[in-house]
Write a protein that binds this ligand. Structure first.
Ligand code: ATP
Length: 247
């Protein structure tokens, strides 16, 4: 795993900022509303225009394709966007199962005798499904089921429509969706803001387990001093557009 290094990051109303988060290290960021905490995370995730460079280990972000960068440096936004109909469709391991099934149907149809009816049938499968399973360390189904269980969900949540999700359910499931990409660094924007204390504690323990087992660098925006004390790690605060150690 790799550490995260911010080198002269300057976004609107923020910076320049330098910060190193070692592999496996957790750094909390707090600060008044509007001080630039989300801007900071969005700049690191390369979602907003900004100056400066971010390094993941020895690799500068400028040499990594944006889509790959965002998978390796995963942002959990305060309000996650859901685009597909069911929860499971947002998880790469589930999507790849669908894709693999389609690919095997495609292969079966191509190896079948070229009967016109089969040719007609094979048309929808002509375009090879997009491979999403070549990431070196995508979690298997049981890892995802474990994360879901730790966060208080039975596996059938994967079939739930996203329209029924409560705010807190969305927040917890967005974490599973993020971890399912096996990011090397996590950017968490108020990951427990909408949760009761018990659900918040579940999120904390899943993030901590992920950080420790994967050696992920974690940059966590949190307004909750109790959470920062409970988990430990370095605590920084944004003041006057700069990062300072929390007093
Ligand atoms: N797209 C934008 N255009 C103009 N100003 C913006 C934009 N996005 C954020 N800002 C401004 O930048 C400042 C920092 O915003 P940011 O969302 O980072 O605050 P924050 O510290 O995360 O606050 P909160 O704790 O309330 O979530 C705010 O004054 C905000 O209005």
């Amino acid at each position: 795993m790799s550490g995260l290094r911010l080198d002269g990051i300057r976004s609107r109303a923020l910076g320049p900022l330098d910060l190193t988060v070692a592999a496996g290290e957790l750094v909390f960021v707090s600060g008044p509303s509007g001080s630039g905490k989300s801007l900071l995370l969005r700049a690191v995730a390369d979602l907003d225009p900004h100056e400066g460079e971010v390094w993941l280990g020895e690799e500068p972000r400028s040499r990594i394709a944006p889509s790959i960068w965002r998978r390796r440096v995963g942002l959990l936004p305060a309000e996650a966007f859901w685009w597909a109909e069911s929860v499971g469709e947002h998880l790469p391991v589930i999507r790849s199962t669908h894709a693999d099934r389609a690919a095997s149907t495609h292969r079966r149809l191509l190896s079948a005798p070229l009967h016109p009816a089969i040719l007609r049938l094979s048309k929808p499968f002509r375009r090879a499904p997009r491979r999403v399973s070549n990431h070196p360390a995508l979690p298997d189904h049981s890892t995802i089921t474990d994360w879901l269980g730790h966060l208080g969900f039975a596996p059938d949540v994967l079939g739930w429509s996203v329209t029924r999700l409560s705010t807190g359910e969305r927040q917890r499931l967005a974490l599973v969706r993020l971890l399912a990409q096996t990011p090397e660094a996590l950017l968490l924007d108020e990951a427990t803001a909408n949760l009761d204390p018990s659900s918040g504690a579940r999120v904390e323990s899943v993030v901590e387990a992920y950080r420790k087992t994967r050696g992920a660098a974690v940059l966590w925006v949190s307004h909750d001093p109790g959470q920062r004390r409970r988990i430990g790690g370095r605590s920084l605060v944004i003041r006057n557009e700069r990062l300072e150690p929390e007093a």
